[in-house]
Design a protein around this ligand. Structure first.
Ligand code: SF4
Length: 307
């Protein structure tokens, strides 16, 4: 299963990934990471869940060769393995990500950006974790290398059966790579849906705005609306729905009550959105995509004053 977190700014997706949301995610596998002791957490990390950070150059230690860095993970978590076995495994991991094991003694500065990112992916795969979190793993790479890395990630996850949580703001990547999409705004999940549901009919106004902010190569031409304004200051999130100052559909309840994730359309249980438009207590009818489009178009024309 590959899930993607998306949102406009890094800080809204990553730094504010709410502790409870992380816990809820892990509880699905029967583990609440917030309840683990430091030593349990140390064992959990990398064995069960590993992470690939955004900037490979910063993620790797510049004064250690890459072989030592891969073997470090194995030494920390599999102390029973001999040095020779660790070296052999490090070579296998490099081969897995398309780098010759001859490069084990190379330092990060001797590798290209794409190779460094592959090394970081190899380290993340070292212990065959159940889940890998990838935080914008291709941001610093040119588009050709990006494509190679994404193909690699996709095939490795299929090959190893590893689940992937992919954090990005790049919607075109998102729709190619993942099975399920989770959209975040101001540090909270605002919509969760399968890729096809999200693509065909994003329900949350923010999701709709995101989808309508980039051009498509196929289909009829349409005017892109974008999303006026900026995300809120996370130290001072507005009351009620955090999106209300930018939302073309905001009404009184939006300024007072925080919307909770709920099934957007009865019978489509796989798609949930945190929006009062889908709460029958506030709105008896479900807005169609054309209503969302009209709302954004009207906002664009009026040049409504937003933050
Ligand atoms: S709850 Fe209100 S302000 Fe928030 S996204 Fe829905 S309609 Fe817009």
């Amino acid at each position: 299963m590959q899930t993607e977190f998306t949102g406009v700014l890094e800080r809204t997706k990553t730094t504010r990934l709410d502790k409870n949301e992380v816990a809820a995610q892990e509880k699905q596998n029967g583990v609440d990471v917030l309840d683990l002791t430091p030593s349990q957490l140390r064992a959990f990390r990398w064995n069960e869940l590993s992470i690939v950070f955004q900037s490979a150059m910063n993620a790797l230690n510049p004064v250690m060769d890459i072989g030592t860095q891969i073997m470090d993970v194995l030494a920390a978590h599999q102390s029973g393995r001999s040095e020779q076995a660790r070296k052999q495994r490090a070579g296998e991991l490099l081969r897995l990500v398309g780098i010759s094991p001859d490069r084990l003694r190379s330092y990060p500065h001797e590798l290209s950006g794409g190779m460094r990112q592959r090394v970081v992916i190899a380290i993340a795969l070292a212990l065959n974790p159940e889940v890998i979190i990838m935080d914008e793993p291709t941001t610093a790479l040119d588009v050709v290398v990006q494509r190679e890395i994404l193909d690699l990630i996709s095939s490795l996850c299929k090959e190893t059966g590893t689940a992937l949580i992919f954090i990005t703001h790049d919607l075109s990547l998102l729709l190619e790579l993942v099975d399920r999409v989770a959209v975040m705004y101001a540090g909270k999940l605002v919509e969760v849906a399968s890729r096809s549901d999200f693509y065909d009919h994003p329900r949350h106004p923010y999701s709709y705005g995101l989808m309508n902010s980039f051009p498509t190569l196929h289909g009829p031409r349409h005017k892109m609306s974008g999303i006026p304004g900026s995300p809120p200051d996370l130290r001072n999130i507005p009351a009620g729905c955090p999106f209300h100052e930018r939302c073309p559909f905001a009404f009184d309840a939006c300024r007072e009550q925080v919307p909770r994730l709920r099934v957007a359309v009865a019978g489509e249980d796989e798609q949930v959105a945190a929006c009062h438009l889908y709460n029958p207590r506030h709105r008896p009818t479900i807005p169609a995509a054309s209503d969302l489009a009209r709302g954004y178009a009207a906002q664009l024309e009026e040049g409504r004053s937003v933050r």
